[in-house]
Design a protein around this ligand. Structure first.
Ligand SMILES: NC(=O)C1=CN([C@@H]2O[C@H](COP(=O)(O)OP(=O)(O)OC[C@H]3O[C@@H](n4cnc5c(N)ncnc54)[C@H](O)[C@@H]3O)[C@@H](O)[C@H]2O)C=CC1
Ligand SMILES: O=C(O)C(=O)Cc1ccc(O)cc1
Length: 308
């Protein structure tokens, strides 16, 4: 499908892309670049690419497709570093969890004649780094592209064909709309998880060992999300600030309303809400969107066994 693909950033997403590109033979040459020398060495030990570069500009030279998979706060720095080396006609895309900020950071650096098409695979886990990736990550998951108004139709089609070959279903969205939707379905749950796990670990009357020993599956699900990469999520918060603050404000209002219902023993109100939310879950399952996060390479979560 492509001659040379350059992957800038080789963590969970970059290394999953490397693996699926190799498996599906989507490129003749995979060039890998990342900022940290030790991560690059690890990518080489894992045999993820055909060439390895500490200099991102060197990796993108001659590439037909460049995929930037770094924390969203680093997008501008990467775009600036690669701008001068991009081949005319190349497609540059990203996988960042926020889109408006990535566009604002990257678009000014992309030269005329290079096709910049921002993207976001809605697929991931709480793990990070080149060891954590796997080729099946994108299978049957959505990938949202947020093309700019002047995006070249042929380049867009090519990028869509690439993601389809990775196993994804494609959607297009306006970047601001993307940021509001993701704020509620992804960023808010993530922040609630950080908060609930923080609350539990701050309780003086409950020892940490009790939290671990008696954690019911509800709390355990939150700890999975709360184990996600701090740099990535710090950047998401800082780069989708307005939409996240709006969703947090709505959430706080609804929480206060629930608090009131409990205080005044308003059982009907609680029952109605719990019935409504149950229907949301039912709709997700009926739509076939209840995808389990795969357990590749992880130890068993059985009681008493350690988790790495
Ligand atoms: N982890 C997840 O579940 C998902 C993450 N994303 C997005 O994908 C992007 C990458 O995330 P992950 O692969 O999970 O992160 P990761 O932490 O596993 O990997 C990040 C990579 O970026 C490199 N990097 C960091 N700063 C850099 C810089 N200034 N220049 C060059 N390389 C740099 C790191 O060395 C590493 O190779 C983020 O923007 C994130 O929002 C999108 C969907 C899911
Ligand atoms: O691990 C999970 O449950 C996720 O939700 C992964 C995820 C994290 C960030 C994204 O932008 C998209 C997907």
């Amino acid at each position: 499908m492509f001659g040379r693909i350059a992957l800038v950033g080789i963590g969970l997403i970059g290394s999953s892309l490397a693996r699926v590109v190799r498996r599906e033979k989507l490129a003749d040459h995979i060039a890998i670049s990342t900022r940290s020398a030790s991560t690059l060495r690890r990518a080489e030990e894992l045999g993820l690419g055909d060439s390895y570069h500490t200099d991102a500009a060197e990796a993108v030279e001659g590439a037909d497709l460049v995929i930037v998979s770094v924390p969203v706060g680093a997008s501008g720095t990467v775009a600036q570093a690669i701008a001068g080396a991009l081949k005319p006609g190349a497609i540059v895309t990203d996988v960042g969890s926020t889109k408006r900020s990535v566009i604002d950071q990257m678009a000014p650096h992309v030269p005329h004649g290079v096709h910049f098409i921002p993207g976001h695979p809605i697929a991931g886990t709480e793990y990070s780094g080149p060891d954590s990736g796997f080729a099946a990550l994108f299978e049957d998951r959505w990938c949202i592209l947020t093309p700019l108004p002047d995006t070249d139709a042929a380049a867009l089609d090519k990028l869509k064909a690439f993601w389809r070959a990775c196993g994804s279903d494609l959607d297009e969205m306006d970047p601001d709309h993307h940021d509001r939707v993701l704020a509620v379905v992804s960023h808010l749950p993530q922040l609630i998880s950080y908060n609930i796990v923080g609350t539990a670990s701050d309780l003086e009357t409950v020892t940490e060992s009790e939290v671990i020993k008696y954690s019911a599956s509800g709390f355990r699900d939150f700890t999975r999300l709360a184990a996600s990469d701090p740099t990535m999520w710090r950047d998401v918060c800082l780069h989708n600030k307005e939409a996240i603050l709006e969703m947090l404000a709505r959430f706080s209002e609804d929480l206060a309303s629930m608090q009131r219902a409990i205080r005044w023993a308003d059982g009907d109100k609680l029952f109605d809400l719990f019935t409504r939310t149950r229907h949301v879950r039912k709709s997700i399952i009926e739509a076939g969107q209840d995808v389990e996060v795969p357990n590749f390479g992880r130890q068993s979560a059985k009681r008493g066994e350690s988790q790495t």
